[in-house]
Ligand binder design. Structure first.
Ligand SMILES: NC(=O)c1ccc[n+]([C@@H]2O[C@H](COP(=O)([O-])OP(=O)(O)OC[C@H]3O[C@@H](n4cnc5c(N)ncnc54)[C@H](OP(=O)(O)O)[C@@H]3O)[C@@H](O)[C@H]2O)c1
Length: 353
């Protein structure tokens, strides 16, 4: 899960914690077994609720099982029990310090159910992890804690843990992670769009202008490369564009058309486009509209071939506004109005900086 840190036993001053019962048994710590998958997911959800991050939990039984007990486990888990009942968990994996030349342990989640706090289960989990870290020849046991979680921070300090104040966790996820991974595979994604000054790109299922020079640029830009489009744009064109793999996004399960590869969502369309790009030997995937598909994929785009049409036009489809701060643009051509071109226009190439 993406949520770091935990709420362990909490300090003794926490009014929600009960004083330890004198006769209570000490916590027992054991490795998680396959039968604990549902329990672990329950703990993860309870921890997320405590951290006010429930909306981020997309893990399910199958993913937890694969991560902990699959063919290539990526993480390990300890369960804490009190009086024979599970009350908490610690989920961890190994990291590595080049400076130490040693493996370490990274604690992803530590959680003890609130009614069981104050009986040492959190400390027992951390103590077992300290033992595991050293027994494996490791030099560091590390974890992150949310800055507002003062009770946990105080507890960690009481164990001798030092906050790494001069370090900031960096996270690459979602479209940014996909963009970078695509770079490694040698592909880039380009959005090809013509928009009026007010952002309009379409009207009544078609283009609101006739710009023959722009159609030529579109053809030169996209030829021999996979093109990704929405079902409405496909219908506005009326056929598959020749000389290019055509990937059409539609929610309709039965959608099919001649010369077209159907995709159930924009992300799947990109994956299919990449396979097609590899097949035809292209390094670029072109997103060719319309407005709904541009909006869905804008964060995956590396470059934009924008035609700015010098007009304010009425329409029912528009391009997403670009966050210009992260982009650099260059005017690479222009159209003068004439018999084949309705309006003045500029060709602008934009790329992320
Ligand atoms: N000026 C330009 O550069 C340019 C370029 C392209 C298009 N256009 C114009 O733009 C207009 C069309 O744009 P539009 O925004 O109305 O439609 P669109 O993006 O072309 O297509 C929308 C359709 O794509 C499918 N779709 C979109 N998001 C999806 C998702 N998340 N998951 C699954 N399917 C998804 C849906 O198809 P289903 O309904 O089948 O589920 C949806 O109805 C037309 O006027 C066209 O001429 C202009």
């Amino acid at each position: 899960m993406s949520a770091p840190e935990s709420s362990p036993d909490g300090p003794k001053t926490d009014p929600s914690t009960k004083p330890p019962a004198v006769t209570a048994e000490a916590p027992a710590i054991r490795p998680a077994a396959q039968a604990d998958v549902g329990l672990i997911l329950d703990f993860v959800r309870e921890l997320a609720a405590y951290e006010r991050l429930s909306h981020e939990v997309v893990a399910d039984d199958a993913r937890i099982f694969e991560s902990l007990f699959g063919a290539a486990p990526k993480a390990q888990c300890l369960i804490a029990e009190l009086d024979g009942a599970p009350v908490g968990f610690a989920l961890y994996f190994h990291n590595y310090s080049t400076f130490l030349g040693r493996y370490g342990v990274y604690l992803e989640d530590l959680f003890v159910r609130p009614p069981a706090r104050g009986r040492g289960a959190g400390k027992a989990l951390l103590a077992k992890l300290a033992e595991i870290t050293l027994a494996g020849g490791g030099g560091r046991l590390e974890w992150s804690v949310l800055n507002w979680n003062a009770p946990s921070i105080a507890f960690y300090r009481s164990l001798g843990a030092e906050p790494m104040d001069e370090w900031t966790v960096h996270r690459l996820t979602g479209p940014a992670l996909r963009r970078l991974a695509r770079t490694s595979r040698g592909f880039r994604v380009t959005m090809v769009v013509a928009a009026a000054r007010n952002g309009v790109i379409g009207r009544d299922g078609g283009l609101p202008w006739r710009l023959s020079a722009d159609l030529k640029r579109f053809k030169a830009t996209t030829m021999s490369k996979p093109v990704v489009m929405g079902r409405k744009t496909y219908e506005s064109i009326g056929k598959a564009l020749p000389g290019r793999p055509n990937i059409v996004v539609s929610r309709r399960s039965g959608f099919a058309a001649d010369g077209v590869i159907a995709a159930p969502d924009p992300e799947a369309a990109l994956a299919l486009a990449e396979s097609e790009a590899a097949r035809v030997g292209a390094g670029e995937i072109c997103i060719i509209g319309g407005g709904e598909v541009y909006r869905a994929l804008i964060d995956d785009v590396d470059e934009v071939r924008l035609t700015i049409v010098d007009a304010h036009v009425e329409g029912d489809a528009s391009m997403p506004s670009l966050p210009f701060s992260g982009w650099r643009g260059e005017i690479v051509g222009a159209i003068a109005p004439d018999a084949r071109n309705d309006a003045r226009a500029w060709f602008v190439d934009l790329r992320r900086v």
